[in-house]
Design a protein. Structure first.
Length: 242
C-alpha cells in the first residue's frame, strides 16, 4: 500500500495503516488517515478523494481557523466532527532560550495533552467507532494536533514508539511542500518560526515517554481524560487486522 497519497493542494495526506500493533497484528490499511486542512479539496481532487471511500472527518482546528479558511465541502457527503482540543496559542509562547527543537515541541505536546485531554478523548472516541471508518483526522498542517492524536491512537493499538515517531517525522517533507505553496498563495502566513514547521522524531519520542512518566501509561492518561475502556476495545477490534 502507498502510505502517502498525492493531491493537488493537500500536502500531508497519508494512511497510518501497516504498522505492527498488539500481538503483532497490523494496523489496517485504508481505515485511518491523517491530513493537513481538507478545506482545499476541490474539483481537481474530487474523484481521487472519493475513491478512498471516506465516511468521516475529524477537524481539530480552532473555530477561528475554520472561519478563516473554511471547512471541507458538504458535497463530499462526509460526517463532520469539529473537535478542538484546548491548547495555548503557540505565537504567545516565547521562543527565546529554548533548549532544542525536539524539547520545545515535546513541551507543547505535553501542554496539549494536559489542557486538551477531553477533546483528544472525544476525537479518539470517534476513531474507535467502526461505523465512522474510513476516517480522516486533520488540523491546519496535519503535524501537531493531528500528530498527537494519531500518536495516541497508534499507541493504544500497540504500535511501538519508534514506529509512531517515524510516522510523525514523515511530515517533514510534506511541510516543506506546504510552506512552498503557502509562500506563493499567502506570503504573510508563510512567515513562521522554523520550529513551528519542524517534526523531528525525537520530539514524539520525548512526548510519549514523558506522558507515561506522568500518567503511568497512555491508556491511563486517556481513560482519565474521558475515553472509556470499551471504546479502546472497539478501536482495537476494528483497526487491527488478523
Amino acid at each position: 500500500m502507498e502510505r502517502s497519497i498525492s493531491f493537488s493542494v493537500l500536502f500531508n495526506f497519508r494512511d497510518v495503516g501497516g504498522y505492527a500493533g498488539l500481538d503483532g497484528r497490523p494496523v489496517r490499511w485504508r481505515t485511518l488517515f491523517r491530513s493537513d486542512s481538507l478545506h482545499r479539496v476541490g474539483d481537481a481532487d474530487k474523484v481521487a478523494f472519493a475513491a478512498l471511500g471516506l465516511r468521516t472527518v475529524v477537524d481539530l482546528r480552532r473555530a477561528d481557523e475554520i472561519l478563516r479558511d473554511g471547512r471541507i465541502s458538504e458535497q463530499h457527503g462526509l460526517r463532520y466532527h469539529h473537535i478542538h482540543p484546548e491548547h495555548a496559542e503557540w505565537r504567545e509562547i516565547a521562543l527565546v532560550e529554548r533548549p532544542s527543537v525536539p524539547r520545545w515541541l515535546a513541551d507543547r505536546y505535553l501542554e496539549l495533552a494536559r489542557d486538551g485531554g477531553a477533546g483528544l478523548a472525544r476525537a479518539l472516541g470517534v476513531i474507535a467507532d467502526a461505523h465512522a471508518a474510513p476516517l480522516v483526522v486533520h488540523c491546519v498542517a496535519g503535524k501537531d494536533r493531528t500528530g498527537v492524536l494519531c500518536a495516541l491512537a497508534l499507541s493504544l493499538l500497540g504500535v511501538a514508539d519508534e514506529d509512531i515517531a517515524a510516522d510523525y517525522a514523515l511530515t517533514s517533507a510534506a511541510t516543506q511542500r506546504f510552506v512552498t505553496w503557502l509562500r506563493e498563495s499567502d506570503p504573510e502566513r508563510a512567515q513562521l518560526p522554523p520550529v513551528f514547521m519542524a517534526s523531528p522524531a525525537e520530539a514524539m519520542l520525548l512526548f510519549l515517554r514523558e506522558l507515561r512518566e506522568r500518567h503511568g501509561s497512555v491508556e491511563r492518561y486517556i481513560t482519565a481524560a474521558g475515553l472509556r475502556a470499551d471504546q479502546i476495545t472497539a478501536m482495537r477490534a476494528h483497526l487491527l487486522g488478523a
